[in-house]
Each structure stands twice: as C-alpha cells, then as structure tokens.
Design a protein around this ligand. Sequence first.
Ligand code: AMP
Ligand code: ZN
Length: 395
Amino acid sequence: MHEHTIVLEGDSRIPDFLTGELQAKLAYVDEGILKATVPADGSRVVLTLREAPDAERARALEVKVRRVLEAMVRGAVRPRQKVLEDHLDRPVPSSADPMPALMERGEVVPEEQGIAALGPLPVRLIEFFERHFVELAEGFGARPYRFPTLIAASLLDRVEYFRSFPHSLTFATHLREDLDVIEGFAKDAHCRDEALHIDPTALSGIRALLSPAVCFHYYGALAGSQLEEGVCATAVGNCFRYESSNMTSLERLWNFTMREIIFVGPKDFVLENRELARSRVSPLLDDWGLAYRVEGANDPFFVGDFKKQVAFQSAFQLKYEIRALIPHRQGTLAVGSYNFHQDFFGRNLGITLPDGNPAFTGCVAFGLERMAYVFLAQYGLDSAAWPEAVRRGAG
Ligand code: AMP
Ligand code: ZN
C-alpha cells in the first residue's frame, strides 16, 4: 500500500472554529481517504489517501471535498461560544497519553476500530462515576429504565435522525427467512480483510438500528401520551455512532456507553432542571479533581444540515458540553452534555402537556468511557497520584 497526499487550496480561509468539525466530516467523503487535516492557518485541506488516484479520480475527489467546504464553510458564522464555567487551568499531575500503558497492561483491548474491551482499572473508575451519576439522578426523583441496544427504524425516522446524522448510523439486519439463503450463508460465510463477505440480497430489510442515544427510547415510550406533570427518568445504555477514521483510542468509539438523566414536561421544568443538574455536577467534577470547562456546543450534524442547525443550536443555547482537558494533546474532549430540545420530540411524537400543547424535553448525558479516559489522561494510571475521593472509591 502506497499512501499518497493531495493538497487542495481553499477558496477562502477555513475559520478555526470549523477545523475540527471539517476534519471529522472529511473522513466520510471517500473510502480512499485515510486522514484529512486542515493546517492551523486554514488555508488548505490535506488529504492522505490509501493510494495514488488517477487524474479522473483525483478530480472527482476534489469535487466532493469542495462540496463539503461549500456547505460547511461558506457563510458560516462563528457560533456564540458561551463559556459557563472554566476550570481548565486546574493543575493536574499527568501529561502522558494513557492509551499505550492501558493497552500494554491489557486494560484496553481493541477488538476492531472503535470497539474495545475494558479491564478492571477503567471499569472501576466507570463504576465509581456511575454510582455518583445514579445518585445525582435519584436527587431528581428520576425513574430508572432499561432500554434495548437496538432501536426501531420507525422511531429514528419520526425524530428525523436520518436527515441530520446519516453518516454515523449503524444498521441491524439478519438473513432473510429463506432456507436456501440461510444454508448458502452457513456454507460460504467467511471474513476476508476483516470484513464479512456476504451476498447483500441475503439480508433482510432494516427495521432496527443500533441505538445512537439513550433518551430517544424514553421519548418513544411516551409517544402519544399526555403528561400530568413534568417527569424525570434515567438509564444507562450502549450507544453506537460510526465515526469512520476518527475512531482512535477511547476518545471516539463506535460502541460506547452513556448515562442519561432525562426531563420531559413544561418548558420551565426542563430548563430549570437542566440548570439544577449543572449546579450539582460541577461539585462532583471538582471533587474528582478534573480540569474542565462548560461551554456552548453543537451536535455533529452531517454536511448538508450543518450550518443551519449549528446556528440554530447556538442561538437558542440548546447544548452545553463539559469539555475536559486532554493534557497530552493540549486539547479538550466532551465528557458530557446538557441538552434542551425545545418541543421537538413532543411535537414529532405527540407527547402533550395538560393544556394539549407539546411537551418540552431535555437530557443530561455522560460518556462513561470518556470519563475514565480523561481522568487517566489527567491523573495517570497510578492511583497514588489520584485525588482522595477517587482513590477511595475506585483505586
Ligand atoms: P451527545 O449526545 O453527542 O452530547 O453525547 C453525549 C456524550 O457521549 C458526549 O459528551 C461524550 O462523552 C459521549 N460520546 C459521544 N460520542 C462518543 C463516541 N463516539 N465515543 C465515545 N464517547 C462518545
Ligand atoms: Zn439525550
């Protein structure tokens, strides 16, 4: 395999607030792209390809990349990056990438890109954080739920997920009920280059996907009902987002777990609880010694929807993220989010308030693998260096 690099000069400068999103989206432009980067000056796009393209293919690639630039960059307005809390300068003892040591000790065992088994060290940390998140949920009188890993295609359709996040979907299918098909598959099935070779016509239609979030299940469960008052629920579950070549380390997984605390009810009920949750989460993060910041954010919409949706989320302050410091790459990583969806789910799913109007929803979501990862990135693997509260609970 001969890697090959092509450089596309931009028509206009790519603003710094877009480079991360743009790099992530360029991974989906073509199967030949191994990596896409935008240098700090935003002047161009550098694509690392699997192999050298011929002239025609190079042109086709350029057209697709320019389409992305056109959709995401042209006319983009810097979102109001409101910072609500800033503890990024809290001193932390480690500046090493925890991944090599975690892999060497068998604490993280990659199975496929974006799929990893976790050993006792990260698991004890996750269980420790989880105990506190569950307690936090109980403080809101949250009703406990367990949701399936699969989610109905019809539910995702009703909440317009396909339009906004097509790139990250993971489909569930099975063999068609047909004796010849099933016997034929059993006889011939094999993996080549880590991919299962299969006749696509042997597969069923798609009625379910692997769930990309936890709270959709709760809104689905409430569909068509009238609430007497605001309700709160909590659940932890497997979530799936295909993040292409962006899946490296525990930072970005295909299969990860999320704890969510979900509020459904009148607008003030949801907004007040979102704020109350934030005021109760920060003391926990402080106890755990984390360096982090809470700031305005947006969801990773796909190219076509991106500009409009980001402007909308930013204008209405629909999403805040807890971004923890990653010392070894002098960056931050979202470990959790506070979301307000207005009455979007209430409207689309027919969840109503006593006055007949659609209910409002919001959720607080924590990425559990990322919690463990950022803690280890800031404090290292040796529990002797950990803050007292974490050492006692998870050391
Ligand atoms: P979101 O619903 O996008 O705000 O996600 C909630 C949280 O889930 C994020 O703050 C992350 O901590 C976590 N998360 C989202 N995507 C991934 C991923 N691909 N890998 C690991 N954790 C993720
Ligand atoms: Zn949610």
